[in-house]
Design a protein around this ligand. Structure first.
Ligand SMILES: [Zn+2]
Length: 115
């Protein structure tokens, strides 16, 4: 493929520990997991919003992921008390790189106190 302008791109990194994260994948263990996601080695979970229009739903899914599928627990958590949020924008899921033209977002959640 001819590519006249070679943009410098970067792999996505966890906003909490700066480790490179794996490509989001289909999540097992819940039919309602609508978005692809994954987990960082530091314990943060993430979900991929491919359109940047699903923000609330993706955030909620990430919360439930970090509660191992427990909706009640997820809904009882308070931001900046029980967990921290992080957002990595300009994510291209096809190349698994951050690119200025890309408009996907990775939504990260990390619990402050692991049970
Ligand atoms: Zn991490």
């Amino acid at each position: 493929m001819l590519n006249l302008y070679r943009e410098k791109t970067y792999p996505p990194r966890c906003p909490f520990c700066r480790a490179e994260v794996a490509k989001p994948a289909e999540l097992a263990g819940g039919m309602w997991y609508e978005f692809e996601g994954g987990i960082c080695r530091c314990g943060a979970v993430f979900a991929h919003d491919p359109t940047a229009r699903n923000g609330g739903a993706v955030l909620l899914q990430a919360l439930v992921q970090c509660c191992h599928g427990d909706w009640d627990e997820a809904l009882s958590l308070a931001p900046e008390v029980d967990y921290d949020e992080g957002f990595v924008g300009h994510y291209n899921s096809l190349t698994h790189r951050l690119e200025s033209q890309a408009f996907g977002t990775l939504v990260f959640i990390r619990r402050r106190s692991q049970p």
